[in-house]
Design a protein around this ligand. Structure first.
Ligand code: CTP
Length: 443
C-alpha cells in the first residue's frame, strides 16, 4: 500500500532551501500533518528570505532549525544526528542547485546538509531551479551522484519559471511530493518486511486478483481515475516450443503504473510476460499474445479514464500456429504471418469524450515525423517517442530518453534518466496539461 495514510504516525524531516518555490513547503507541511505525520523542518538561511521560519514552524508545530550550533536553549549541538536517526524519511523540497551540489560533495556547513550526512533514512530530493541550471552538466552530474548514494531525485516539473523562461525546473506540486513521500515510505516498509520474511517477494510476484488493488494515493491529480497501463512484450506461438517475441522487459510500463498509482489512480496493468514484481496497489492482468492483450484492454476501455499503451505489441502473428512441435526438414522454411489487432488504434476509434490516450513510438528513421503521424493516425492525445538508436534508450536499458508530443503542439524532451524518473516526468506532464487532472489548489 502507498497512500497518504502510510504517513500516519511517521517521522518526516523536511529540508527547505532558498528557492522561490519555498512557499510550497507550507502546503507540503500541511499535507504531511493532515495525514498524521510528525514533521521537523530544517531551513537554510537563504530559504528564510522566501518564507519565514515562523510560518513553517507553526504549521509543523515545532521549532525550525537552520544552524548546527544551538539556536535555542533547549537544543543540543547534536540535533543533526538525533534528527537523522529520528526520521523515517528526509525530504528536501525545494532543493536548490547549490544545496544539490553540497549534498553531492558531502558538505555539512548548515543544519540541513549536516543532517543529510548523518541520516540513516532514505532521502528524497526535489530540485527546483531555472531550466539552464537544471540542464547544466554539473547539476545533472550531481543528480547522478546523489542517485549513486541511494538518494531519490524527483524530476522537476515543466512550465513557467520565476525567471520568465519556460522549461523543466519547477518544484513538483506539494500533492505530488506528498504522494511520492508516502510511496517511498511504503517501499522502505516492504523492503524491511521482505528482509524479515523472505517469502514476501515471492508473494508480491503473484498476480493480484482484479479488484484487489486499492488506489494507492488518496490525493494527487489521478485520484478517483481509472488508469489502464500496458507493458512488456507479447509472445506469438509458432508451435508449443517456438514463438515470435521482442526484447521488451516491461520496465517502462511498470514504472508508469507505479508513478500513476502514486498520484492516486486506480491502476490496471495489463502485462505481457516479464520477470517484474507488481507495483504496490496495482491490479495486474497477465497475458501472453497480442490477441489476449487486445481482449484485456478492449474489455476495460469503457471504464479507463487514461490509457498508457507502453507494451511492445507484436504487429504480426503466425497465421497457422501448430498444436504440436514442428519437425525440422531440409531446405528453407516459410512462415506465413497475419496482422495482429492494432490495440491502440481501436482505442482511438472508440475514444470517449475526456478519455486520454498515450501511445509510444520506437523509431529508427524519421523519428519525429513518424511519431507525430502515429499520434494523429491513432487519435492519441500524447505520444512518447523513443529512438532505438539513442544510447541509454529503448529495450533492455535501465534508462530512457524520450520526446513527449502532446495536445496543441506541446513538445518536450526528457533527458536520459532511470526509467522510473522518466515515468514520473511523463505522468506529471500529462497531468499538468490535462484540465481534468490538474490538482485542486490547496488553501
Ligand atoms: N500498438 C498496439 N497494437 C499493436 C501494435 C502497436 O496497440 N498491434 C501500440 C504500441 O503499444 C504503441 C503504439 O501502438 O503504443 C505504437 O506502436 P508501433 O508498433 O511503433 O506503431 P505502428 O503503428 O504499428 O507502426 P510501425 O510498426 O509501422 O512503426
Amino acid at each position: 500500500m502507498s497512500s497518504l495514510a502510510q504517513l500516519d504516525g511517521r517521522h518526516i524531516v523536511l529540508g527547505v532551501t532558498g528557492s522561490i518555490a519555498a512557499y510550497k513547503a507550507a502546503s507540503l507541511v500541511r499535507l504531511y500533518k493532515k495525514a498524521g505525520a510528525e514533521v521537523r523542518v530544517l531551513m537554510t538561511k537563504s530559504a528564510e528570505q522566501f518564507i519565514p521560519a515562523l510560518t513553517l514552524g507553526t504549521l509543523a508545530d515545532h521549532t525550525v532549525h537552520s544552524e548546527i550550533f544551538p539556536e535555542h536553549d533547549s537544543d543540543s549541538w547534536t540535533a543533526h544526528v538525533s534528527l537523522g536517526l529520528w526520521a523515517d524519511l528526509f525530504v528536501i523540497a525545494p532543493a536548490t542547485a547549490q544545496t544539490v551540489a553540497k549534498l553531492a560533495h558531502g558538505f555539512s556547513d548548515n543544519m540541513l546538509t549536516a543532517t543529510a550526512l548523518s541520516a540513516r533514512c532514505p532521502i528524497l530530493v526535489c530540485p527546483a531551479m531555472d531550466l539552464d541550471m537544471y540542464q547544466h552538466p554539473a547539476t545533472q552530474a550531481n543528480f547522478e551522484r546523489l542517485r549513486s548514494f541511494g538518494y531519490e531525485v524527483m524530476p522537476a516539473d515543466y512550465g513557467a519559471l520565476a525567471s520568465g523562461l519556460e522549461g523543466q525546473g519547477r518544484l513538483p506540486e506539494p500533492e505530488a511530493i506528498a504522494a511520492r513521500t508516502a510511496a517511498r515510505i511504503s517501499e522502505v516498509d516492504s523492503e524491511v518486511d521482505s528482509e524479515v520474511n523472505a517469502d514476501t517477494s515471492a508473494q508480491s510476484a503473484l498476480s493480484r486478483e482484479e479488484g484487489d488493488g486499492a488506489p494507492s494515493g488518496t490525493t494527487g491529480p489521478f485520484y478517483g481515475k481509472h488508469v489502464l497501463v500496458t507493458a512488456g512484450p507479447t509472445e506469438e506461438p509458432i508451435d508449443p516450443v517456438r514463438m515470435l517475441t521482442n526484447p521488451s522487459t516491461g520496465t517502462m510500463g511498470f514504472a508508469l503504473a507505479e508513478a500513476v498509482a502514486a498520484q492516486g489512480a486506480t491502476v490496471t496493468l495489463v502485462s505481457g510476460p516479464t520477470h517484474l514484481d507488481t507495483p504496490s496497489g496495482v491490479t495486474r492482468v497477465d497475458v501472453r499474445t497480442a490477441a489476449a492483450m487486445n481482449e484485456a484492454v478492449q474489455a476495460r476501455r469503457n471504464t479507463a479514464d487514461v490509457v498508457f499503451m507502453a507494451a511492445a505489441v507484436a504487429d504480426y502473428t503466425p497465421a497457422h500456429p501448430s498444436d504440436s512441435k514442428k519437425k525440422k526438414t531440409e531446405g528453407t522454411q516459410t512462415l506465413t504471418l497475419k496482422r495482429t489487432p492494432d490495440i491502440l488504434k481501436t482505442l482511438g476509434e472508440h475514444k470517449r469524450d475526456g478519455q486520454v490516450l498515450v501511445g509510444f513510438a520506437l523509431e529508427t528513421d524519421d523519428a519525429r515525423a513518424n511519431a507525430q503521424d502515429k499520434r494523429t493516425r491513432k487519435n492519441l492525445d500524447w505520444i512518447v517517442l523513443n529512438k532505438a538508436t539513442d544510447p541509454g534508450s529503448g529495450f533492455g536499458t535501465g534508462t530512457n530518453a524520450c520526446t513527449l508530443f502532446g495536445p496543441n503542439g506541446y513538445e518536450s524532451q526528457i533527458a536520459t534518466a532511470p526509467k522510473r524518473d522518466v515515468a514520473v516526468s511523463i505522468v506529471a506532464q500529462v497531468a499538468r496539461h490535462t484540465p481534468a487532472l490538474q490538482p485542486a489548489p490547496t488553501s
